[in-house]
Write a protein that binds this ligand. Structure first.
Ligand SMILES: [Zn+2]
Length: 144
């Protein structure tokens, strides 16, 4: 395992992270965040709790648990919001700490049939109440 670098926002869990996301809860081997930009209703990030940069560097047990965390998140989003498809993406050029974007897509919504926009031009932010509602719906369906 690599050391947890202080220049990594997912390790530091500082304002760089809280400015773009809200922590929902810890999962088996990762932390689930709601992405503040909600063009794709329910969009989340599942970030590994340790600083690793590539899937192939994970031991098989961690890889399995990380995959289950992502799958469990996607199932909760499906039950909570009924998207037509869920997109999954790992990029990390600028933030190499392993994190999955888990993005519900809707047939009549933005970018159907195309890769989701990492940072949409027209941003959709919610009120604090709006974030609370989305997070409550995700939590309710995570526990099923
Ligand atoms: Zn990190």
């Amino acid at each position: 395992m690599e050391p947890q670098p202080s220049d990594c926002s997912y390790c530091a869990r500082d304002e760089r992270l809280s400015s773009i996301s809200i922590e929902i809860c810890r999962l088996e081997t990762s932390t689930l965040y709601l992405f503040r930009e909600q063009t794709y209703r329910g969009r989340c990030v599942v970030a590994l709790n340790t600083h690793e940069t590539e899937l192939f560097r994970l031991d098989p047990d961690t890889l399995g648990r990380f995959s289950r965390d992502v799958s469990r998140t996607a199932a909760a989003l499906q039950r909570a919001f009924g998207p037509d498809k869920i997109n999954y993406a790992i990029y990390g050029d600028l933030a190499p700490h392993l994190h999955f974007h888990v993005v519900p897509k809707y047939r009549n919504g933005q970018g159907w049939g195309q890769p989701f926009a990492l940072h949409p031009v027209e941003k959709q932010y919610l009120s604090e109440e709006g974030y609370r509602e989305v997070i409550a719906a995700i939590k309710e369906h995570l526990s099923v």
